[in-house]
Design a protein around this ligand. Structure first.
Ligand code: NAD
Length: 419
């Protein structure tokens, strides 16, 4: 199976060369990241041992503004994965009209195996490695898989210790005490729910009563379930890394959350007519809307022909492979791509960054209203281009989204004199 980086590069190549008619050189100019830093993070434990962790920060493109993107802590992170995710961030930020380029970070570490003290040392060590290359107008890290507001607080504080700049705008996703926003936690899932609602509105006139299956019940999966449930949709299946549960009469998102908290997994959810299912089965359920919100490459050429949902909303980054996307498009399945569907988090991060610079505060409701307006607008623009140019040829919505984003970045590169 192609890696995420190969996937991201092949889509970019297709858009730049086949769709927009530019040359191989233009593709290279857009593909190659501006800078990729590798950092060594030595942690000396109180009992005298030294453990070394490796991390990366990929700064893909800064034509539209400072690099912006999260930092993940995961035992299987690779440099290629971080580069791929930074490329995705470039298109995501462009698409929702933020004044940012694309960046992403990662540290190869299993945070579950670290003490809180060691986790703090890894967070601070990571910032020490990249400090010269970040800043409110340079590169603004944020949370991603396995990093949370506490990790962001340590990172912000380390930046302060090293530079003397006590800036609230160098990191987003911070705790409330450090000008973080309450809306940040729910933002990505809320955006995914809006993407599902907007797609359902166009297909069926609304999302009310529509059945939904969600893979992954972490930050994105749970909040997507919560908001779609509030919008009147019926969540019928949820899962996590241990498997899933299918309840034709509906899953209560709050109950699923508390079951997961208590037993460690949503598979222990019980209710009338509920049954345990595998992640594989969940993806192929006969539902209206499918939200893969866990990991990449879960819908491939192998299972794409068996997907029954009419709408797939990519909560995770890269859950549908490029080849699977084409199969789904030919079968009339609408796939709302990650660069559009999961942009809610970075939209609220931008609000937090503005607050960090000005000292103003934005409330929960106001932040979500701004998020909704930006998402609805971006979906409108992408949907219109897709319907006009791509859908008649059975081509994926991702192609329309990338076309808009790539053109925007190219224009900024041109006026800056880079091309
Ligand atoms: P998380 O760690 O909070 O949750 C991940 C969930 O996926 C957990 O429930 C986990 O059990 C489950 N999972 C892990 N492996 C699985 C597998 N093989 N099969 C099924 N489920 C599995 O992470 P998150 O923040 O919700 O992020 C999920 C995805 O969304 C990632 O791809 C991330 O990059 C993307 N994303 C997150 C944000 C954000 O703001 N959190 C923003 C944009 C994109």
């Amino acid at each position: 199976m192609p890696s995420l980086l190969e996937e991201v590069e092949s889509i970019l190549r297709h858009i730049v060369i086949d769709v927009l008619g530019y040359s191989e050189e233009v593709y290279e100019v857009l593909r190659v990241p501006e800078r990729v830093l590798q950092v060594k993070i030595p942690v000396k434990t109180p009992d005298g041992r030294v453990r070394v962790f490796v991390g990366w920060r990929s700064q893909h493109n800064s034509a539209l503004g400072p690099y912006k993107g999260g930092v993940r802590f995961h035992p299987s992170v690779t440099m290629d994965e971080v580069v791929a995710l930074s490329i995705i961030m470039t298109w995501k930020n462009a698409l929702v009209d933020l004044p940012y380029g694309g960046g992403k970070g990662g540290v190869r570490v299993d945070p579950r195996k670290l003490s809180k003290w060691e986790l703090e040392q890894v967070a601070r060590g990571y910032i020490r490695g990249i400090v010269e290359y970040i800043g409110p107008d340079r590169d603004i890290p944020a949370p991603d898989v396995n990093t949370d507001p506490q990790v962001m607080a340590w990172m912000m504080d380390e930046y302060y210790r090293l530079t003397g700049d006590n800036s609230f705008a160098v990191i987003t996703g911070k705790p409330l005490e450090l000008m973080g926003l309450k809306a940040r936690i729910v933002a990505t899932g809320y955006g995914v729910a809006i993407a599902a609602r907007e797609a359902a509105r166009r297909l069926w006139g609304g999302v009310e009563g529509r059945t939904v299956a969600i893979q992954g019940y972490g930050n994105v999966g749970y909040h997507t379930a919560k908001f779609l449930h509030e919008m009147g949709a019926k969540i019928v299946a949820v899962s996590d890394s241990r498997g899933g549960v299918y309840c034709p009469d509906g899953v209560d998102p709050e109950k699923a959350k508390s079951v997961k908290k208590k037993t460690g997994s949503v598979i222990d959810y019980d209710g009338d007519r509920c049954r345990k299912i595998s992640n594989r089965e969940l993806l192929e359920l006969d539902v209206d809307i499918l939200v893969p919100a866990a990991i990449e490459n879960v819908i491939t050429v192998e299972n794409a022909p068996r997907i029954k949902a009419r709408i797939v909303v990519e909560g995770a980054n890269g859950p549908v492979t490029a080849e699977a996307d084409k199969i789904l498009a030919r079968r009339g399945v609408v796939v709302v791509p990650d660069v559009l569907a999961n942009a809610g988090g970075v939209i609220v991060s931008h609000i937090e960054w503005v607050c960090g610079r000005t000292g103003d505060r934005v409330g929960y409701e106001e932040a979500l209203k701004k998020l909704e307006a930006k998402m609805v607008n971006a979906i409108d623009v992408v949907w219109q281009l897709w319907e006009a140019e791509f859908k008649p040829k059975n081509e994926p919505m991702r192609d329309a989204a990338y076309t808009i984003a790539v053109q925007k970045v190219l224009q900024a590169m041109k006026v800056r004199g880079w091309l």
